[in-house]
Ligand binder design. Structure first.
Ligand SMILES: [Zn+2]
Length: 151
């Protein structure tokens, strides 16, 4: 007979939503900083999250994967009525390095900024009524991760 494994967290069930969508890259170097940024700076804890390689850019491209992401965002917006969308791109993103092989860090950041503008325009269509804020993140000179608002 198999023994069932159960783990009970210290979290109490909270049924409400903060009506916020956070879209970020899935890079494993940022989850703790992202959670701190979202909860302490943005004051949201019950946010919908889409964390995929590349983050916000994936909702803006015209391919099958992006179409699925766009449909998921529309569905989540219809369920949770987003009032806020937070898009985050990060320093040294593997998605951008993969798609722009010989680009410098500065060139990659320029691509990210262009994509973040497209993200804002895409979210205006997918989540009408939601205020979109966009950030770029990475280590500061003291090696602490900081989030800089782009717009
Ligand atoms: Zn990334």
């Amino acid at each position: 007979m198999d023994q069932q494994e159960t783990y009970t967290t210290h979290c109490v069930w909270q049924p409400h939503s903060d009506h916020t969508l956070a879209m970020d890259c899935s890079d494993p170097r940022f989850p703790e900083a992202r959670h701190e940024f979202l909860t302490r700076h943005c004051k949201v804890s019950r946010y919908d999250s889409i964390f995929v390689p590349g983050g916000p850019v994936t909702s803006t491209l015209a391919n099958a994967f992006c179409y699925v992401d766009q449909e998921r965002i529309r569905m989540l917006h219809s369920l949770h009525t987003f009032t806020r969308v937070i898009g985050i791109a990060h320093f040294d993103c593997g998605y951008y390095k993969h798609h722009h092989l010989s680009a410098t860090h500065a060139d990659l950041q320029k691509h990210q900024i262009t994509d973040l503008h497209n993200f804002r325009d895409t979210m205006a269509s997918l989540t009408p009524g939601a205020h979109v804020k966009v950030y770029h993140t990475g280590p500061n000179p003291d090696n602490f991760i900081e989030y800089r608002r782009i717009f």
